[in-house]
Ligand binder design. Sequence first.
Ligand code: GLN
Length: 454
Amino acid sequence: EAYIGAIEAANDALNAYVAVTPDIARAQAKASDARIANGTAGTLEGIPLGIKDLFATKGVHTQACSHILDGFKPAYESTVTQNLFDDGAVMLGKLNMDEFAMGSSNETSYYGAVKNPWRSHGSNLDLVPGGSSGGSASAVAAHLCAGATATDTGGSIRQPAAFTGTVGIKPTYGRCSRWGTVAFASSLDQAGPIARDVRDAAIMLRSMASVDAKDTTSVDIPVPDYEAAIGKSLKGKRIGIPREYRVDGMPEEIEAIWQQGIAWLKDAGAEIVDITLPHTKYALPAYYIVAPAEASSNLARYDGVRYGLRVEGKDISDMYEKTRAAGFGKEVKRRIMIGTYVLSAGYYDAYYIRAQKVRTLIKRDFELAFNAGVDAILTPATPSSAFGIADEDLASDPVKMYLNDIFTVTVNMAGLPGIAVPAGLDHKGLPLGLQVIGKPFDEEMLFQSAHVIE
Ligand code: GLN
């Protein structure tokens, strides 16, 4: 009831929720009370969560914050949300996001921008919460849920977590089932939690993760008790510092917070080593070929016949055209056009195949570092703190917006786990995050190191 009240009081201002489901929350909470009373409580019994609008929730608003999915209420539940409910979690509602998870500011949502609950010192300017999981990050930061589900294709869990002073982890590709999560770029998409601290994130991820017969890319590796990793000593662990992440124009205070993180990990017993990930500079351009290519294929299904919106036309082709013209926003259309172009005959080898080769090189950079004895890698999470809503510079130049993902996309390209953890504030009083990148399926090392930093 406290969370439902908080949402009623603050959501008009923040726009974090696009659908609130108090009846479902109350029914689930009642069932939780019964399980607690009879001694069969799960690990998340009665914990009120927000669910990103990308997750299919049975009978409940699921639109990936797109106009084209108007009125869509799935007949099934995503595996991740089902796992959470099986452990006793309670759903408060569906959270705002960039349309189809394409964006870094939550401004591409059909439902409008989300506000970051943080403000710069002495300023009334509204800031973005980051994206695409901006609703998730804003709701967690403003106490409008105890934790939230999110997804990360190129940084969409970690960047909003960094912008709102929350913790977000993108697990290893294959850790969580993608079944029932609206697809953006299938070889990059992963679900994960945004939470108030490292322990909460650990508890949530343990529940969300599972192998699943309905997603053949989910992996059958036991899910450890992540919470147990928290507080373990870092003695004997080696943390790599990649020189390529010291990018031109990065504010000095981000460098400073990075050095602070290094010092904390050293104090906790870790050995710090300089490493090189030489193909880092190609990650962003390669990502912005691979992700739109997969998106253009995944979004072909929205045709006015199977889901949501239909705009009538004089024949079926006309209906497709009118529906897609009216249903997709500008950024989504841009991605579909880029993706279609790089996959078309004549350009396929020059762009798509080349980007896939670059992807292999990026993956190999990380493998070499890990094989040389590095246990985890520490980097900044983002090249800046949260920026203003409708920032003119960014709105007019999509490439500038894409630069937000510079430290996060490498991790998706390599399929690795990455966590963003709040590490301090900048001169404006806004949160800055650090990122810890780990070996495949070694999320424990991320929780262990992030706990030292938080
Ligand atoms: N900002 C990136 C993009 O727009 C990543 C989004 C995401 O991780 N879903 O593609």
